[in-house]
Design a protein around this ligand. Sequence first.
Ligand SMILES: Nc1ncnc2c1ncn2[C@@H]1O[C@H](COP(=O)(O)OP(=O)(O)OP(=O)(O)O)[C@@H](O)[C@H]1O
Ligand SMILES: [Mg+2]
Length: 141
Amino acid sequence: MKRKEFISNSTEETLIIAKNFSEELKPGDIVALNGNLGSGKTIFVKGICEGLGAKQNPLSPTFSIINEYNGKYVIYHFDFYRIKDIEELYDIGYEDYFNDQSICLIEWANLFAEILPENHIEVNIEFGESENQRRIVIEEK
Ligand SMILES: Nc1ncnc2c1ncn2[C@@H]1O[C@H](COP(=O)(O)OP(=O)(O)OP(=O)(O)O)[C@@H](O)[C@H]1O
Ligand SMILES: [Mg+2]
C-alpha cells in the first residue's frame, strides 16, 4: 500500500472502505485521520474497529482524549481537536501509546503533525460533490 484513493457515496460505503483498510493494519501502526468537521473521521474509525472485531462503539473521545477498544489488536482512538497545546499531549504520555504494539487512530492529527512519527498512515477525507459523497485518500508516509 502506497497511495489509494476512493470515492464513497454513503456512510455505509465509508464503513466498508475502512473495514477493508483495517485488514492491512499491523501492531504499532499509527493512522492520522484528517478532514473537516463532519467529514467522516469517526465513521472511518468505526469501520476499522468493526474490521478488527472490536465490540465497543467508537465515540469521539472529545472529553477523554483517548478511548481504548479491544479487538484483534488494542486500538487507541485519539482526537486532537480540543487539545490546546503540545504540553497536554506530553501530559497524557502519548509516546507510550505510540510505541505500543497497538493501533493508534488519531482524528485531527494535522493539528499536531509534528509529534507524528515519520512512518505513519494518513487518511484524508474531503467532501465531494453531493451531500453524502466523500473523497478518501489513504497514503503511507
Ligand atoms: N460518504 C460518507 N462517509 C462518511 N460519513 C458520511 C458519508 N455521507 C454522510 N456521512 C455522515 O457524515 C457524518 C460524519 O460524521 P463523523 O462524526 O464521522 O465526522 P468527523 O469527521 O469525525 O467529525 P469531527 O471532526 O466533528 O470529529 C455522519 O453523520 C455520517 O453519517
Ligand atoms: Mg470525529
